[in-house]
Structures are given as structure tokens and as C-alpha cells.
Design a protein around this ligand. Structure first.
Ligand code: SAM
Ligand code: SF4
Length: 456
């Protein structure tokens, strides 16, 4: 009987994708995935240290799995940002932990597992990989039954925002050569993948340091030409590096979906300066205006932090004003969380926890209303949906996303998975839409660049 691996993933899309890469590599040494930790021979916790909360979750997860180690000798490993940050200290603190796998050590995983299995050794691999091998995604060992897939185009970050741990735990920014990315996407399209999401901490600066001369918009142009692929997304863009050429790509490229995630972090230029973000409220708003001008149907989402050191009531009010002015489709908002080793952690004027919580509650309350209004504005529209699978809500329903990345549930069979379907939006909720299939002939798709009218 084969062996089983259970992976618990915390944090961002990078981590989700890294977990998938770990699974593929482990298939090569005869592990298959289980969704039940108690059935596993190997448990991996893929961690996030961007804020204190996800970091704490790791320690409580490790506590839960300790019993399995004692009862059946399950191998336990920690991967990702906490592994990179803590290294050997994790092994010292947790005597039942077998492996620590840093952010660039994923290719070494099968060898490390075999070492633990054969020799019973505890291992820690957190060196930074000079060859860039860690960026390559292994080919799947079995057919992929997936509609969409992440593709890493770059790793690390050179921007060093004063609150952020990422440059320390993911290393310096590094882009993958374009031919590797194109080959990977071609393979995915041949395996039935219809949508790719290009991943990087700051995709707008893609190409820096490569031998070839290529910018992010040029990479998008090349991917847009690819047969079989229907949709392209990317995440994350840094406002300071968002070029006019990239803004133009939203009208020029048929497959590029009308959605951009553009974190603003704060609406106060004074706080943005202390964050070392490299833009002001005014220049951020200029780029938003330009995006709306060039592509009126574009959906906008962002990240924001409240309670950054020195944030006063008037700074927070500017953040609220920015929210009202832009009318984001959705927002991911966080209380500032001091990260050891970052510059902001050493600032002196930290905001009280209660004030941070109050500001977060106010911000999220306002955004909730805006999101609902944005969703309600789509009622009656026909949208192109890429069907992803069964809905969580009902066996009779399937689920998919609009080009603007909104979740839509509707009645339909699993034969629709992977297809582009015109759906009339009937109802709007805070986090999703409900719709019904309409025939292509009757459909006047709200988004003019929809692929549906061109399909057979
Ligand atoms: N590279 C992206 C960018 O520049 O916007 C963000 C990457 S970070 C993993 C995701 C989000 O976490 C950030 O946009 C920020 O809002 C939030 N974040 C990062 N460090 C944080 C901290 N110390 N406290 C609270 N939120 C933080
Ligand atoms: Fe962190 Fe700033 Fe880099 Fe984003 S751009 S990963 S927030 S340092």
C-alpha cells in the first residue's frame, strides 16, 4: 500500500501553490494525498509569518499533531515562512518535529523525507538557492483534472516595505525565464487547464535581472497568444510599479481578465511614507482613475492595514475616504502586526490594540456595504462564467467565476466543469452571486471581451 501525506496550508496563494508543488514532488516518491491527518504517514504544515495570528496557528497545529507522532510515528514537517524564519530553533522547541523546510528548499523535499524515513534523522534545510531551481514547478505525475492553476513567475521581493517580513523569508526578487513560464502554461493548457493565475509578490517588476529583455506586459502578450487557454489573471501588483503599458494590456489582451488586486495599505500619504511604499494617496488614485478610464468594467480589490505605528484618527479617516472614492469590489484588511526584524517594529508610536480593532471593525463594515452594492449592480447582467466544480451549497449546483473574479453559483451538472457558460445574475450576496444559464443566442454578455460569442 502507498504512503499518505496530509498538508495543512496557511497564508497566501504562494503558499497554496507551494503546497501543490510539494504534493507533486512527493508523488514521485510514492506518496498520495489524504485529507485526513490521522491517515497520514507524513504531515506537512506550510506556514505563514506575515502576521502574528497565522504564525500562532502553526504552533497550535503542531500541538494537535504531536499525539499522532506518539501513537503511530507519523513524520512531521514544517515548511514555508515560519520554517525559514525559525530554522533549527523549531527543532529545538519541538522534540517531535522531524523536518524544517525553508521557502527555497522545496525541490529538496523528497530527499529530506527519504533521509528521515531511512535514517531517522531530523533535518533542517533553510539555505537560499543560488541556482533558482526552487522556482521550477515539477510536472504532475498523473493527469491534471483542473480548470485553473497557479504559475509562479517570480519569487521574493526587493521593496522592503517597513511592515513586511516577506523579503526576509522569501529572499531577493528573482524572475523565471519567460520560456520556462510559457512551457509550463502550454503543458497546463494541454492538460485541460483553462485559466492561469500568474504569481509573484510584485509581478509588475517581472523581468528584472533576467538575461533576456522582457517586461511583465510583454510576458502577458506572449501568454495571451497561447492556444487552448481562455483566461489570464495575476497577483500581486505594487502600485508604484504599475505602468501605463500594463494598464493598456487590460484593453488589448483578450484573455486578460478585468480584475486587478492593487493593495493601497493606507489612504494617508504620511503613513505611506512611513511604510516605505513609494507612492502617495494622490498617485495611487491617479492610477485607479486611469484603470477605470481605460477599462470601465474592471473590478478592483486591495489590501489595507489599520493601526500602523503613528496612525492618527485623521490618517484613518483618509483611508475611509479612499475606500469611498474608489469603491473597491472587495478588500482584505488587517490590523498592523509588528514583525521582528522589520523597520516598523522598531518605531515607537505603536497604536493601542483596542484602537486597531475599532478601526478594523469600522473599515470592514463600510467595505461590506460597498461590496454588496457592487454585487447588486450585476443583477440582471449576463456574465461569462468559467465553471470550476460542484458548489459547496448544494449537490444540484455548480460554481464558477466571472471574469471580474466573482463567485457565481447556479443549477447545473458536472458536465459543465471547464466550460464557459453565459449566466444571468439573479441575486447578489456579500460574497457570491446566484444565477441561471441562458442560451448563447439570447445572451448579451455584459463584458464585451467575453469569449462566449466566439465559441462553437
Ligand atoms: N506583495 C504584496 C503587496 O505589496 O501588496 C503583499 C504581500 S503580503 C503577503 C499581503 C498583505 O499582508 C499585504 O498587502 C498587507 O496588507 C498585509 N501585511 C503584510 N505585513 C503585515 C503586517 N506586518 N501587519 C499587518 N498586515 C500585514
Ligand atoms: Fe511585502 Fe512590500 Fe514586498 Fe509586498 S511589496 S511583499 S508588502 S515588502
Amino acid at each position: 500500500m502507498g504512503k499518505h501525506v496530509y498538508i495543512e496550508t496557511y497564508g497566501c496563494q504562494m503558499n497554496e501553490h507551494d503546497s501543490e508543488r510539494m504534493l507533486r514532488l512527493l508523488e514521485g516518491v510514492f506518496y498520495s494525498e489524504t485529507k485526513e491527518a490521522k491517515e497520514a504517514d507524513l504531515i506537512l504544515i506550510n506556514t505563514c509569518s506575515v502576521r502574528e495570528k497565522p504564525e500562532h496557528k502553526v504552533y497550535s497545529a503542531l500541538g494537535r499533531f504531536k499525539k499522532l507522532k506518539e501513537e503511530k510515528g507519523t513524520i512531521i514537517g514544517v515548511a514555508g515562512c515560519v520554517a525559514q524564519q525559525e530554522g533549527e530553533r523549531l527543532l529545538d522547541r519541538m522534540p517531535y518535529l522531524d523536518m524544517v523546510i525553508g521557502t527555497q528548499a522545496i525541490p529538496a523535499l523528497p530527499g529530506l523525507v527519504q533521509k528521515v524515513e531511512a535514517l531517522g534523522q531530523r533535518v533542517c534545510e533553510i539555505g537560499f538557492d543560488a541556482e533558482g531551481e526552487y522556482l521550477k514547478t515539477p510536472l504532475p505525475q498523473r493527469p491534471l483534472f483542473k480548470v485553473k492553476s497557479y504559475v509562479t513567475i517570480m519569487q521574493g521581493c526587493d521593496r522592503f516595505c517597513s511592515f513586511c517580513i516577506v523579503p526576509y523569508v522569501r529572499g531577493r526578487e528573482r524572475s523565471r525565464p519567460s520560456h520556462e513560464i510559457i512551457e509550463e502554461i502550454r503543458d497546463l493548457a494541454e492538460m485541460g487547464v483553462k485559466e492561469v493565475c500568474l504569481l509573484g509578490q510584485n509581478v509588475n517588476s517581472y523581468g528584472k535581472g533576467l538575461e533576456e529583455e522582457i517586461s511583465f506586459p510583454e510576458l502577458l502578450h506572449r501568454i495571451d497568444d497561447m492556444e487552448g487557454l481562455h483566461r489570464i489573471r495575476f497577483i500581486t501588483s505594487h502600485p508604484a510599479d504599475l505602468s501605463e503599458e500594463l494598464i493598456q494590456a487590460f484593453t488589448k489582451l483578450k484573455k486578460l481578465c478585468e480584475h486587478i488586486h492593487l493593495p493601497f495599505q493606507s489612504g494617508s500619504s504620511r503613513i505611506l511614507k512611513a511604510m516605505h511604499r513609494g507612492y502617495t494617496k494622490e498617485s495611487y488614485l491617479e492610477k485607479i482613475d486611469r484603470l477605470k478610464e481605460v477599462c470601465p468594467s474592471i473590478a478592483l480589490t486591495a489590501d489595507a492595514i489599520v493601526g500602523f505605528p503613528g496612525e492618527e484618527e485623521k490618517d484613518f479617516e483618509e483611508t475611509l475616504e479612499l475606500l469611498q472614492r474608489v469603491q473597491f469590489d472587495d478588500l482584505f484588511s488587517f490590523k498592523y502586526s509588528p514583525r521582528k526584524g522589520t523597520r516598523a517594529a522598531q518605531y515607537e508610536d505603536h497604536v493601542e490594540e483596542m484602537v486597531k480593532q475599532d478601526r478594523l471593525t469600522i473599515l470592514q463594515g463600510i467595505q461590506k456595504e460597498i461590496t454588496l452594492q457592487k454585487n447588486q449592480a450585476l443583477v440582471g447582467c449576463v456574465e461569462e462564467i468559467l465553471v470550476e466544480g460542484q458548489s459547496k451549497q448544494s449537490d444540484r449546483d455548480v460554481t464558477g467565476r466571472t471574469r471580474s473574479n466573482k463567485i457565481v453559483n447556479f443549477e447545473g451538472g458536472l458536465d459543465l466543469v471547464g466550460k464557459m457558460v453565459p449566466i444571468k445574475v439573479l441575486k447578489a450576496y456579500p460574497h457570491s452571486l446566484r444565477g441561471e444559464i441562458v442560451s448563447v443566442q439570447n445572451a448579451s454578455i455584459c463584458n464585451q471581451r467575453s469569449a462566449i460569442p466566439h465559441r462553437a
